[in-house]
Design a protein around this ligand. Structure first.
Ligand SMILES: Cc1cc2nc3c(=O)[nH]c(=O)nc-3n(C[C@H](O)[C@H](O)[C@H](O)COP(=O)(O)OP(=O)(O)OC[C@H]3O[C@@H](n4cnc5c(N)ncnc54)[C@H](O)[C@@H]3O)c2cc1C
Length: 448
Protein backbone atom coordinates (compact mmCIF):
# COMPACT_ATOMS: atom_id res chain seq x y z
CA UNK A 1 0.00 0.00 0.00
CA UNK A 2 1.49 3.34 -0.93
CA UNK A 3 1.64 6.46 1.22
CA UNK A 4 -1.40 8.10 -0.34
CA UNK A 5 -3.59 5.02 0.11
CA UNK A 6 -2.57 4.78 3.76
CA UNK A 7 -3.39 8.43 4.40
CA UNK A 8 -6.74 8.04 2.63
CA UNK A 9 -7.42 4.90 4.58
CA UNK A 10 -6.55 6.51 7.88
CA UNK A 11 -8.87 9.44 7.14
CA UNK A 12 -11.60 6.96 6.28
CA UNK A 13 -10.95 5.03 9.46
CA UNK A 14 -11.81 7.98 11.61
CA UNK A 15 -15.46 7.60 10.67
CA UNK A 16 -15.43 3.86 11.33
CA UNK A 17 -16.24 2.14 14.61
CA UNK A 18 -12.97 1.58 16.37
CA UNK A 19 -13.00 -2.16 16.61
CA UNK A 20 -13.71 -3.16 13.04
CA UNK A 21 -10.80 -4.24 10.90
CA UNK A 22 -10.44 -1.69 8.17
CA UNK A 23 -8.22 -3.05 5.55
CA UNK A 24 -10.15 -5.91 4.06
CA UNK A 25 -12.24 -3.65 1.83
CA UNK A 26 -9.72 -0.99 1.18
CA UNK A 27 -6.51 -2.47 0.04
CA UNK A 28 -5.48 -4.76 -2.71
CA UNK A 29 -1.85 -4.29 -1.72
CA UNK A 30 -0.44 -5.28 1.65
CA UNK A 31 0.31 -2.52 4.14
CA UNK A 32 3.98 -1.52 3.99
CA UNK A 33 6.35 0.88 5.73
CA UNK A 34 7.26 4.23 4.15
CA UNK A 35 10.26 2.85 2.27
CA UNK A 36 8.30 -0.17 1.04
CA UNK A 37 10.92 -2.67 2.20
CA UNK A 38 8.76 -4.01 5.07
CA UNK A 39 5.42 -5.61 4.32
CA UNK A 40 3.59 -5.75 7.63
CA UNK A 41 2.49 -9.19 8.80
CA UNK A 42 -1.21 -8.43 9.10
CA UNK A 43 -3.95 -6.56 7.29
CA UNK A 44 -5.91 -6.05 10.49
CA UNK A 45 -5.35 -2.31 10.92
CA UNK A 46 -7.57 -0.54 13.46
CA UNK A 47 -7.97 3.09 14.34
CA UNK A 48 -8.61 4.66 17.74
CA UNK A 49 -9.68 8.28 18.09
CA UNK A 50 -9.71 8.65 21.88
CA UNK A 51 -8.15 7.25 25.05
CA UNK A 52 -11.40 5.38 25.77
CA UNK A 53 -11.26 3.74 22.36
CA UNK A 54 -7.67 2.71 23.01
CA UNK A 55 -8.75 1.17 26.34
CA UNK A 56 -11.59 -0.68 24.61
CA UNK A 57 -9.17 -1.96 21.98
CA UNK A 58 -6.66 -3.09 24.61
CA UNK A 59 -9.43 -5.03 26.37
CA UNK A 60 -10.43 -6.85 23.19
CA UNK A 61 -7.18 -7.59 21.34
CA UNK A 62 -4.71 -9.99 22.85
CA UNK A 63 -1.70 -9.07 20.66
CA UNK A 64 -0.98 -5.97 18.59
CA UNK A 65 1.49 -3.21 17.73
CA UNK A 66 0.92 0.53 17.51
CA UNK A 67 1.83 2.10 14.19
CA UNK A 68 3.12 5.65 13.93
CA UNK A 69 3.86 7.13 10.54
CA UNK A 70 5.61 3.89 9.42
CA UNK A 71 9.03 5.45 8.82
CA UNK A 72 11.09 2.68 10.44
CA UNK A 73 13.11 0.54 8.06
CA UNK A 74 12.96 -2.64 10.15
CA UNK A 75 10.20 -4.74 11.73
CA UNK A 76 10.04 -2.89 15.07
CA UNK A 77 6.45 -1.72 14.39
CA UNK A 78 5.32 -4.94 12.73
CA UNK A 79 2.67 -7.39 13.93
CA UNK A 80 1.31 -10.67 12.65
CA UNK A 81 -1.86 -10.10 14.69
CA UNK A 82 -3.21 -6.54 14.73
CA UNK A 83 -2.02 -2.99 14.12
CA UNK A 84 -3.44 0.07 15.85
CA UNK A 85 -3.19 3.57 14.35
CA UNK A 86 -3.72 6.70 16.48
CA UNK A 87 -3.42 8.92 13.45
CA UNK A 88 -6.71 10.63 14.23
CA UNK A 89 -5.46 11.61 17.70
CA UNK A 90 -3.45 14.42 16.16
CA UNK A 91 -4.47 17.47 18.12
CA UNK A 92 -2.61 19.93 20.28
CA UNK A 93 -4.20 19.19 23.66
CA UNK A 94 -2.63 22.06 25.61
CA UNK A 95 0.03 24.71 25.30
CA UNK A 96 1.22 26.20 28.57
CA UNK A 97 3.44 29.27 28.07
CA UNK A 98 4.25 29.40 31.80
CA UNK A 99 5.68 25.89 32.08
CA UNK A 100 6.79 26.08 28.44
CA UNK A 101 5.14 22.80 27.58
CA UNK A 102 3.00 21.62 24.69
CA UNK A 103 0.91 18.44 25.02
CA UNK A 104 -0.05 16.63 21.83
CA UNK A 105 -2.10 13.60 20.85
CA UNK A 106 0.14 10.64 20.01
CA UNK A 107 -0.92 10.63 16.35
CA UNK A 108 0.50 14.07 15.68
CA UNK A 109 3.48 14.51 13.38
CA UNK A 110 6.17 17.15 13.77
CA UNK A 111 5.02 18.55 10.44
CA UNK A 112 1.60 19.25 11.96
CA UNK A 113 2.90 20.49 15.30
CA UNK A 114 5.63 22.91 14.20
CA UNK A 115 3.51 25.51 12.33
CA UNK A 116 1.10 25.53 15.28
CA UNK A 117 3.91 26.19 17.75
CA UNK A 118 5.32 28.89 15.50
CA UNK A 119 1.93 30.63 15.33
CA UNK A 120 1.96 30.82 19.15
CA UNK A 121 5.56 32.09 19.27
CA UNK A 122 7.23 28.83 20.33
CA UNK A 123 9.71 26.30 19.02
CA UNK A 124 11.17 22.85 19.74
CA UNK A 125 14.88 22.46 20.43
CA UNK A 126 15.53 20.25 17.42
CA UNK A 127 14.04 18.17 14.60
CA UNK A 128 15.09 15.15 12.56
CA UNK A 129 16.02 15.36 8.89
CA UNK A 130 12.31 15.19 8.01
CA UNK A 131 9.16 16.56 9.72
CA UNK A 132 6.82 13.86 8.38
CA UNK A 133 7.31 11.49 11.35
CA UNK A 134 5.03 11.08 14.37
CA UNK A 135 6.10 12.53 17.72
CA UNK A 136 5.28 9.32 19.63
CA UNK A 137 6.95 6.97 17.13
CA UNK A 138 10.05 9.14 16.83
CA UNK A 139 10.58 9.47 20.57
CA UNK A 140 9.96 5.72 21.02
CA UNK A 141 13.00 4.98 18.83
CA UNK A 142 15.25 7.86 20.02
CA UNK A 143 15.10 9.67 16.70
CA UNK A 144 17.60 12.52 16.59
CA UNK A 145 18.67 15.58 14.66
CA UNK A 146 22.09 17.16 14.78
CA UNK A 147 24.08 19.48 17.03
CA UNK A 148 26.58 18.51 19.70
CA UNK A 149 24.63 20.30 22.41
CA UNK A 150 21.24 18.96 21.31
CA UNK A 151 19.83 15.78 22.80
CA UNK A 152 17.69 13.52 20.60
CA UNK A 153 14.01 14.42 20.09
CA UNK A 154 12.96 12.34 23.12
CA UNK A 155 14.93 14.65 25.42
CA UNK A 156 12.17 17.23 24.93
CA UNK A 157 9.59 14.84 26.43
CA UNK A 158 8.48 15.97 29.91
CA UNK A 159 5.55 13.55 30.30
CA UNK A 160 3.80 10.64 28.60
CA UNK A 161 0.23 9.46 28.92
CA UNK A 162 0.01 5.73 28.24
CA UNK A 163 -2.60 3.00 28.25
CA UNK A 164 -0.98 -0.07 29.80
CA UNK A 165 -1.87 -3.64 28.88
CA UNK A 166 -3.93 -3.80 32.06
CA UNK A 167 -6.08 -1.10 30.48
CA UNK A 168 -5.07 1.60 33.00
CA UNK A 169 -4.32 5.12 31.86
CA UNK A 170 -1.12 6.27 33.50
CA UNK A 171 1.02 9.38 33.28
CA UNK A 172 4.77 9.27 33.69
CA UNK A 173 6.55 12.57 34.12
CA UNK A 174 10.14 13.72 34.30
CA UNK A 175 9.33 15.56 37.49
CA UNK A 176 7.60 12.79 39.43
CA UNK A 177 8.55 9.41 38.04
CA UNK A 178 12.34 9.36 38.02
CA UNK A 179 13.68 6.05 36.75
CA UNK A 180 10.40 4.71 35.33
CA UNK A 181 10.14 7.84 33.18
CA UNK A 182 13.71 7.36 31.95
CA UNK A 183 12.87 3.77 31.06
CA UNK A 184 9.60 4.56 29.32
CA UNK A 185 10.32 7.49 26.99
CA UNK A 186 12.46 5.54 24.52
CA UNK A 187 10.13 2.58 25.00
CA UNK A 188 10.46 0.90 21.55
CA UNK A 189 6.67 0.51 21.50
CA UNK A 190 7.02 -2.26 24.12
CA UNK A 191 5.46 -0.73 27.23
CA UNK A 192 2.00 0.53 26.37
CA UNK A 193 -0.02 2.63 23.94
CA UNK A 194 1.20 6.21 24.23
CA UNK A 195 -1.83 8.47 23.89
CA UNK A 196 -0.35 11.90 24.74
CA UNK A 197 3.14 13.37 24.79
CA UNK A 198 4.16 16.58 26.59
CA UNK A 199 7.19 18.35 25.13
CA UNK A 200 9.43 21.20 26.31
CA UNK A 201 9.14 24.29 24.15
CA UNK A 202 11.11 27.52 23.95
CA UNK A 203 10.53 30.95 22.35
CA UNK A 204 10.60 30.77 18.58
CA UNK A 205 13.87 31.54 16.83
CA UNK A 206 15.13 32.28 13.35
CA UNK A 207 17.83 30.29 11.61
CA UNK A 208 20.04 30.42 8.56
CA UNK A 209 21.34 27.40 6.69
CA UNK A 210 24.57 27.32 4.70
CA UNK A 211 26.03 24.45 2.71
CA UNK A 212 29.74 23.99 1.98
CA UNK A 213 31.13 21.56 -0.58
CA UNK A 214 34.19 19.32 -0.57
CA UNK A 215 35.66 19.39 2.90
CA UNK A 216 38.97 17.46 2.85
CA UNK A 217 39.02 14.43 5.15
CA UNK A 218 42.40 15.64 6.43
CA UNK A 219 40.69 18.82 7.70
CA UNK A 220 38.01 16.77 9.42
CA UNK A 221 40.65 14.66 11.17
CA UNK A 222 42.51 17.75 12.31
CA UNK A 223 39.58 20.01 13.22
CA UNK A 224 36.63 17.73 14.04
CA UNK A 225 35.82 19.47 17.33
CA UNK A 226 35.97 22.96 15.81
CA UNK A 227 33.76 21.88 12.89
CA UNK A 228 31.15 20.36 15.21
CA UNK A 229 31.24 23.41 17.48
CA UNK A 230 30.88 25.88 14.60
CA UNK A 231 27.06 26.08 14.71
CA UNK A 232 23.85 24.94 16.43
CA UNK A 233 23.51 21.98 14.04
CA UNK A 234 26.15 20.53 11.73
CA UNK A 235 25.64 17.62 9.30
CA UNK A 236 28.43 16.11 7.25
CA UNK A 237 27.46 14.22 4.09
CA UNK A 238 29.89 11.89 2.36
CA UNK A 239 29.94 9.18 -0.28
CA UNK A 240 33.31 8.07 1.17
CA UNK A 241 35.05 8.80 -2.12
CA UNK A 242 38.08 10.97 -2.86
CA UNK A 243 39.05 11.58 0.79
CA UNK A 244 36.50 14.34 1.23
CA UNK A 245 33.11 15.14 2.73
CA UNK A 246 30.84 16.08 -0.16
CA UNK A 247 28.69 18.57 1.77
CA UNK A 248 28.63 20.25 5.17
CA UNK A 249 25.21 21.57 6.22
CA UNK A 250 25.42 24.29 8.82
CA UNK A 251 22.27 25.43 10.58
CA UNK A 252 22.81 28.44 12.79
CA UNK A 253 20.52 30.33 15.13
CA UNK A 254 20.35 34.05 14.54
CA UNK A 255 20.38 35.30 18.13
CA UNK A 256 23.36 37.35 19.25
CA UNK A 257 26.36 35.27 20.16
CA UNK A 258 25.18 32.26 18.13
CA UNK A 259 25.55 33.58 14.60
CA UNK A 260 27.68 31.67 12.13
CA UNK A 261 30.05 33.79 10.07
CA UNK A 262 29.61 32.40 6.57
CA UNK A 263 33.05 32.95 5.08
CA UNK A 264 33.57 31.74 1.47
CA UNK A 265 35.78 28.93 2.76
CA UNK A 266 35.23 26.60 5.76
CA UNK A 267 38.12 24.29 6.67
CA UNK A 268 38.99 23.97 2.99
CA UNK A 269 35.36 23.53 1.82
CA UNK A 270 33.74 26.09 -0.48
CA UNK A 271 30.45 27.87 0.16
CA UNK A 272 27.79 26.50 -2.24
CA UNK A 273 26.33 28.93 -4.72
CA UNK A 274 22.86 27.35 -4.91
CA UNK A 275 20.56 25.17 -2.79
CA UNK A 276 21.70 21.54 -2.78
CA UNK A 277 20.26 18.11 -2.04
CA UNK A 278 22.51 15.93 0.18
CA UNK A 279 23.02 13.90 -3.01
CA UNK A 280 24.18 16.81 -5.15
CA UNK A 281 22.87 15.26 -8.40
CA UNK A 282 19.27 15.29 -7.09
CA UNK A 283 16.98 18.32 -7.23
CA UNK A 284 17.09 20.54 -4.14
CA UNK A 285 13.37 21.30 -4.51
CA UNK A 286 12.55 18.88 -1.67
CA UNK A 287 15.12 20.45 0.65
CA UNK A 288 14.82 23.27 3.14
CA UNK A 289 16.03 26.71 2.10
CA UNK A 290 19.79 27.31 2.23
CA UNK A 291 22.11 30.11 1.06
CA UNK A 292 21.79 31.90 4.42
CA UNK A 293 18.18 32.94 3.85
CA UNK A 294 16.69 33.59 7.32
CA UNK A 295 13.67 31.47 8.20
CA UNK A 296 11.79 29.95 11.11
CA UNK A 297 13.44 27.09 13.05
CA UNK A 298 11.08 24.41 11.68
CA UNK A 299 11.90 25.29 8.08
CA UNK A 300 15.65 25.07 8.63
CA UNK A 301 16.27 22.31 11.23
CA UNK A 302 15.04 19.46 8.97
CA UNK A 303 16.86 18.86 5.69
CA UNK A 304 13.61 18.04 3.88
CA UNK A 305 10.42 20.05 3.50
CA UNK A 306 7.01 18.94 4.64
CA UNK A 307 4.80 18.17 1.64
CA UNK A 308 7.77 16.86 -0.37
CA UNK A 309 9.42 13.44 -0.48
CA UNK A 310 12.23 13.33 2.06
CA UNK A 311 15.57 11.72 1.29
CA UNK A 312 15.36 9.60 -1.90
CA UNK A 313 12.31 7.34 -1.48
CA UNK A 314 13.37 3.94 -2.75
CA UNK A 315 16.12 3.31 -0.21
CA UNK A 316 17.24 1.50 2.92
CA UNK A 317 18.84 3.13 5.95
CA UNK A 318 21.22 2.07 8.75
CA UNK A 319 22.86 4.18 11.43
CA UNK A 320 25.32 3.61 14.28
CA UNK A 321 25.97 5.73 17.37
CA UNK A 322 29.60 5.86 18.48
CA UNK A 323 30.92 7.60 21.62
CA UNK A 324 32.05 11.07 20.67
CA UNK A 325 35.63 10.47 21.82
CA UNK A 326 36.01 7.78 19.13
CA UNK A 327 34.54 9.92 16.34
CA UNK A 328 37.60 10.11 14.12
CA UNK A 329 38.69 6.50 14.66
CA UNK A 330 35.18 5.32 13.76
CA UNK A 331 34.93 7.54 10.68
CA UNK A 332 38.31 6.30 9.47
CA UNK A 333 37.28 2.70 10.08
CA UNK A 334 34.35 3.18 7.68
CA UNK A 335 36.52 5.07 5.23
CA UNK A 336 38.80 2.03 5.05
CA UNK A 337 35.75 -0.04 3.98
CA UNK A 338 34.96 2.33 1.10
CA UNK A 339 35.56 -0.24 -1.64
CA UNK A 340 32.82 -2.42 -0.11
CA UNK A 341 30.50 0.42 0.92
CA UNK A 342 30.51 2.66 -2.15
CA UNK A 343 28.78 0.31 -4.65
CA UNK A 344 25.70 0.03 -2.39
CA UNK A 345 25.57 3.53 -0.96
CA UNK A 346 23.57 6.59 -1.94
CA UNK A 347 24.96 8.86 0.80
CA UNK A 348 26.22 8.82 4.39
CA UNK A 349 25.59 11.47 7.02
CA UNK A 350 27.64 12.13 10.16
CA UNK A 351 26.00 14.05 13.02
CA UNK A 352 26.68 14.81 16.69
CA UNK A 353 24.07 14.19 19.40
CA UNK A 354 24.31 15.10 23.10
CA UNK A 355 24.12 12.43 25.81
CA UNK A 356 20.84 11.62 27.59
CA UNK A 357 19.61 9.37 30.39
CA UNK A 358 16.96 7.27 28.65
CA UNK A 359 17.74 3.61 29.30
CA UNK A 360 17.24 2.40 25.73
CA UNK A 361 18.58 5.49 23.96
CA UNK A 362 21.70 4.89 21.86
CA UNK A 363 23.00 8.12 23.44
CA UNK A 364 22.45 6.79 26.99
CA UNK A 365 25.07 8.55 29.10
CA UNK A 366 27.37 9.18 26.21
CA UNK A 367 27.79 12.14 23.84
CA UNK A 368 27.72 10.49 20.43
CA UNK A 369 28.43 10.86 16.80
CA UNK A 370 26.16 9.04 14.41
CA UNK A 371 27.28 7.45 11.16
CA UNK A 372 24.31 7.01 8.87
CA UNK A 373 23.99 5.15 5.56
CA UNK A 374 21.30 5.67 2.94
CA UNK A 375 21.59 2.48 0.90
CA UNK A 376 20.36 1.51 -2.52
CA UNK A 377 17.34 -0.77 -2.04
CA UNK A 378 19.25 -4.05 -2.30
CA UNK A 379 18.75 -5.88 1.01
CA UNK A 380 20.66 -9.05 0.01
CA UNK A 381 23.79 -6.92 -0.58
CA UNK A 382 23.24 -4.57 2.37
CA UNK A 383 22.59 -7.44 4.76
CA UNK A 384 26.02 -8.87 3.88
CA UNK A 385 27.72 -5.51 4.36
CA UNK A 386 26.20 -4.57 7.72
CA UNK A 387 28.07 -7.26 9.71
CA UNK A 388 31.32 -6.00 8.16
CA UNK A 389 30.57 -2.44 9.27
CA UNK A 390 29.39 -3.61 12.68
CA UNK A 391 32.60 -5.60 13.18
CA UNK A 392 34.67 -2.48 12.49
CA UNK A 393 32.57 -0.37 14.86
CA UNK A 394 32.32 -3.01 17.62
CA UNK A 395 35.49 -1.85 19.45
CA UNK A 396 33.69 1.48 19.98
CA UNK A 397 30.58 -0.23 21.38
CA UNK A 398 28.52 1.21 18.52
CA UNK A 399 24.79 1.14 19.17
CA UNK A 400 22.47 0.76 16.15
CA UNK A 401 19.49 3.06 15.49
CA UNK A 402 16.33 1.24 16.66
CA UNK A 403 14.35 2.34 13.61
CA UNK A 404 16.87 1.39 10.94
CA UNK A 405 18.43 -1.80 9.59
CA UNK A 406 21.12 -3.61 11.60
CA UNK A 407 22.43 -7.11 12.19
CA UNK A 408 24.00 -6.55 15.62
CA UNK A 409 23.43 -9.73 17.64
CA UNK A 410 21.06 -9.76 20.63
CA UNK A 411 24.05 -10.75 22.78
CA UNK A 412 25.99 -7.70 21.62
CA UNK A 413 22.93 -5.49 22.21
CA UNK A 414 22.74 -6.76 25.78
CA UNK A 415 26.36 -5.88 26.36
CA UNK A 416 26.02 -2.31 25.06
CA UNK A 417 22.71 -1.47 26.75
CA UNK A 418 23.53 -1.69 30.44
CA UNK A 419 19.97 -0.78 31.42
CA UNK A 420 18.37 -3.59 29.42
CA UNK A 421 17.61 -5.71 32.53
CA UNK A 422 15.75 -2.78 34.11
CA UNK A 423 13.90 -2.20 30.84
CA UNK A 424 12.77 -5.84 30.86
CA UNK A 425 11.46 -5.43 34.40
CA UNK A 426 9.59 -2.26 33.48
CA UNK A 427 7.97 -3.85 30.45
CA UNK A 428 6.99 -6.90 32.51
CA UNK A 429 5.25 -4.52 34.88
CA UNK A 430 3.24 -2.68 32.19
CA UNK A 431 2.79 -5.58 29.77
CA UNK A 432 3.17 -8.77 31.84
CA UNK A 433 1.85 -11.06 29.09
CA UNK A 434 4.02 -9.58 26.35
CA UNK A 435 1.03 -8.53 24.25
CA UNK A 436 3.05 -5.73 22.62
CA UNK A 437 6.00 -7.93 21.77
CA UNK A 438 6.63 -8.89 18.18
CA UNK A 439 9.33 -10.93 16.50
CA UNK A 440 11.72 -7.95 16.37
CA UNK A 441 11.37 -7.22 20.08
CA UNK A 442 11.45 -10.88 21.08
CA UNK A 443 14.64 -11.43 19.17
CA UNK A 444 16.52 -8.24 20.03
CA UNK A 445 15.25 -7.33 23.49
CA UNK A 446 13.37 -10.12 25.20
CA UNK A 447 15.74 -12.94 24.33
CA UNK A 448 13.58 -15.10 22.08
C1 LIG B 1 13.35 9.43 5.01
C2 LIG B 1 13.66 9.15 6.45
C3 LIG B 1 14.50 10.00 7.13
C4 LIG B 1 14.79 9.75 8.49
N1 LIG B 1 15.59 10.64 9.16
C5 LIG B 1 15.90 10.40 10.46
C6 LIG B 1 16.72 11.31 11.19
O1 LIG B 1 17.09 12.37 10.72
N2 LIG B 1 17.06 10.95 12.46
C7 LIG B 1 16.66 9.78 13.02
O2 LIG B 1 17.04 9.50 14.16
N3 LIG B 1 15.82 8.94 12.37
C8 LIG B 1 15.43 9.23 11.12
N4 LIG B 1 14.59 8.37 10.46
C9 LIG B 1 14.03 7.23 11.19
C10 LIG B 1 12.70 7.59 11.85
O3 LIG B 1 12.67 8.84 12.37
C11 LIG B 1 12.33 6.63 12.95
O4 LIG B 1 12.32 5.37 12.43
C12 LIG B 1 11.00 6.96 13.68
O5 LIG B 1 10.74 5.98 14.64
C13 LIG B 1 9.83 7.09 12.77
O6 LIG B 1 8.65 7.36 13.49
P1 LIG B 1 7.26 6.65 13.03
O7 LIG B 1 6.16 7.27 13.75
O8 LIG B 1 7.21 6.64 11.55
O9 LIG B 1 7.54 5.20 13.59
P2 LIG B 1 6.85 3.79 13.27
O10 LIG B 1 7.75 3.05 12.36
O11 LIG B 1 5.45 3.92 12.85
O12 LIG B 1 6.93 3.18 14.75
C14 LIG B 1 8.15 3.16 15.45
C15 LIG B 1 8.00 2.55 16.83
O13 LIG B 1 7.21 3.41 17.65
C16 LIG B 1 6.12 2.68 18.20
N5 LIG B 1 4.98 3.59 18.34
C17 LIG B 1 4.52 4.48 17.45
N6 LIG B 1 3.48 5.15 17.97
C18 LIG B 1 3.29 4.67 19.22
C19 LIG B 1 2.36 4.93 20.25
N7 LIG B 1 1.41 5.85 20.14
N8 LIG B 1 2.44 4.21 21.39
C20 LIG B 1 3.40 3.28 21.56
N9 LIG B 1 4.30 2.98 20.61
C21 LIG B 1 4.25 3.67 19.46
C22 LIG B 1 5.86 1.55 17.19
O14 LIG B 1 5.18 0.48 17.78
C23 LIG B 1 7.29 1.20 16.82
O15 LIG B 1 7.86 0.40 17.82
C24 LIG B 1 14.24 8.61 9.13
C25 LIG B 1 13.37 7.78 8.44
C26 LIG B 1 13.07 8.05 7.11
C27 LIG B 1 12.12 7.16 6.38
Amino acid sequence: MNKRTFIKLCSAMIAEPVLSPLLSWAAKERLKNWAGNVEYGTERLYSAGSVEQVQEFVKKQSKFKVLGTRHCFNHIADSTDNLLSLKSMDEVVALDPKTRTVTVGAGMSYGQLCPHLESKGFALHNLASLPHISVAGSCSTATHGSGEKNGNLATAVSALEMVTMRGDVITLSREKDGEAFLGAVVGLGALGVITKVALDIQPTFLMRQYVYQNLPLSQLKEHFDAIEASAYSVSLFTDWQDQRLNEVWIKSRMEDGRKFDATPEFFGAKLATKNLHPIAELSAENCTEQMGVPGPWYERLPHFRMGFTPSVGKELQSEYFVPREHAIEAILAIERLRAQVVPHLMISEIRAVAADNFWMSPCYQRPSITIHFTWKPDWPAVSKLLPVIERELAPFKARPHWGKLFTTSPMQLRSIYEKLPEFLQLSNKFDPKGRLRNEFLNMNIFGG
